[in-house]
Design a protein around this ligand. Structure first.
Ligand code: SAH
Length: 399
């Protein structure tokens, strides 16, 4: 289903001369400081000017330097001469029958990139008590998990910090989630002082821990209390199990952790998540036991995709419970989302319920993730963009 409400039709492409100026949307505080220095702002003013820009860019969602009322006219003009506040272009927007929205975002080409610029998908999932934005960390993926659609697209490149942050800025633009914006929201308004987007999950395209530095720096911008203000307890990074980067994620980014487990035996996990050959279950679960900041109040989420006849027996549910002993965990059962040509089927509902009961009776929260946005291929593991490899040098996988 592909419903595009008229008022939310794709953005008009920016004129090329504006696009050519580097955009400050998505910039870190250090980037803004550098940008201000580069246009001659004296060192003793940088902090104050950075704070002003930060407020306009991230608190207000401002799209023009002209609106920055407390910045002098001269500086506003200088900023506009050298920089822009251009967002990634939304090349397609799809709205599911259940309200899930999927945006295909195109980034300005990086130096040396030919063609139209890399594209990723980003998904907004509204629920009664929260709104979740699922962001991408890479264009494509290197992991080739056998049940994941993104895994069939080769890695093109890592996203920059700026490109990761810009996904939230664009989403807020599109759903009217910045103060003063009045984009149509189907009559829904968030409660006073709250936002449509309350949670971020790094569960879109790519393996976030193969792009660690940019993901960490993006989390700092997303959670900055003077700007976008997402709580770190509501930012979850999902990994297939890049063990060496897990402790740094906890200590340097302070984000919540989710592990794509999917199997309780190494031989099966080797085929579903080939990264298991490098970091097998024992090593992965040991790293979970020592994840900085994990506690009963801050549990690690274990994702388990339900694949018919592959990993869904009651014995496997019991083994899962045994394996997670001693880890503050919650278990998220994900009904498999099919995609064109996928080699698996979703387990039957009674199988999923039985599995969930065993896990629940062992004392774990075991919500079954309701598939959202399946009709627009926006559900877990269905994301893919057409971007093909742009140049070999841009491959930044750390594997
Ligand atoms: N690379 C990261 C994040 C991206 S995938 C990771 O592996 O965790 C986000 C979640 O969706 C992962 O748990 C992934 O295993 C799951 N997933 C992938 N394909 C799926 C599919 N077709 N159906 C259901 N879940 C899927």
């Amino acid at each position: 289903m592909d419903l595009i409400p008229p008022a939310l039709s794709p953005l008009i492409a920016v004129p090329p001369q504006a696009a050519a100026k580097p955009s400050l949307t998505g910039a870190t505080r250090a980037d803004l400081g550098q940008a201000l220095s580069s246009i001659g702002v004296p060192q003793n003013e940088i902090r104050m000017r950075t704070a002003q820009l930060w407020h306009w860019i991230y608190y207000r969602g401002t799209q023009s330097f002209d609106d920055m009322a407390n910045v002098s006219k001269v500086l506003r003009a200088k900023l506009a001469d050298h920089f822009s506040l251009t967002r990634p272009e939304v090349v397609a927007e799809q709205v599911s029958a259940d309200g899930t929205r999927k945006w295909l975002m195109r980034f300005a080409p990086h130096d040396g990139e030919s063609g139209k610029g890399a594209e990723v998908e980003c998904v907004y999932i509204p629920e009664s008590d929260r709104g979740t934005l699922c962001v991408s960390s890479q264009v494509g993926c290197t992991l080739t998990c056998s049940f994941c659609h993104t895994g069939t697209q080769k890695l093109v490149r890592n996203l920059s910090t700026q490109e990761i942050v810009a996904q939230l800025v664009v989403a807020r633009d599109r759903i009217g989630d910045f103060p003063g914006l009045t984009a149509p929201t189907n009559g829904l308004m968030p409660a006073e002082g709250s936002r449509f987007i309350s949670n971020i999950v790094f569960m879109g395209m790519g393996e976030p821990l193969y792009n660690f530095d940019h993901v960490r720096d993006a989390i700092a911008v997303l959670s900055d209390g003077d700007g976008l203000s997402l709580s770190k307890r509501r930012i979850t990074v999902s990994t297939a199990g890049v063990v060496p980067q897990m402790a740094p994620l906890g200590s340097e980014a302070g984000a919540m952790l989710a592990i794509s487990l999917h199997a309780v035996r190494d031989d099966l996990r080797d085929t579903l998540v080939p990264l298991n050959k490098k970091y097998p279950l024992g090593v992965l679960l040991d790293a979970c036991k020592t994840y900085p900041g994990a506690s009963n109040a801050r549990r690690i989420t274990f994702e388990y995709v339900m694949l018919k006849g592959i990993n869904d027996t009651p014995a496997e549910a019991r083994e899962l419970v045994r394996l997670l002993k001693g880890i503050p965990a919650k278990i998220n059962l994900i009904p498999f989302n099919p995609w064109p040509g996928s080699p698996y089927e979703c387990s039957d509902w009674d199988r999923i319920n039985k599995f969930s009961d065993i896990v629940f009776n062992a004392g774990y929260a075991s919500p079954v993730r309701t598939p959202r946005g399946r009709d627009i291929l926006a559900a877990c593991g269905q994301l893919k963009s057409e971007t093909e490899k742009l140049r070999v040098r841009a491959r930044l996988a750390s594997d």
